[in-house]
Design a protein. Structure first.
Length: 76
């Protein structure tokens, strides 16, 4: 009795889809890392902005605007 070769060969489309999926997973991971880094950076800048506000009261409107922007970034 002869056994037929039932090995499945992937098509080029399936290979391409697997590559897309791998790239999508890598991109999602990268975006998560960048988002975390952005939040940490925003927190550091928020501290620096608070220090500038203490030593330069004349820049208070600019400091308030930057603080509001950085708080929005941290909450996002």
């Amino acid at each position: 009795m002869a056994v037929a070769n039932t090995r499945y060969k992937r098509t080029s489309f399936e290979k391409r889809v697997e590559r897309w999926n791998a790239n999508l997973v890598a991109l999602t991971s990268l975006m998560g890392t960048l988002n975390g880094l952005l939040r940490q950076t925003a927190q550091v800048f928020l501290i620096l902005v608070a220090v500038v506000a203490v030593f330069s009261p004349g820049l208070l409107p600019l400091v308030a605007a930057v603080s509001a922007l950085l708080l929005q970034i941290r909450r996002a």
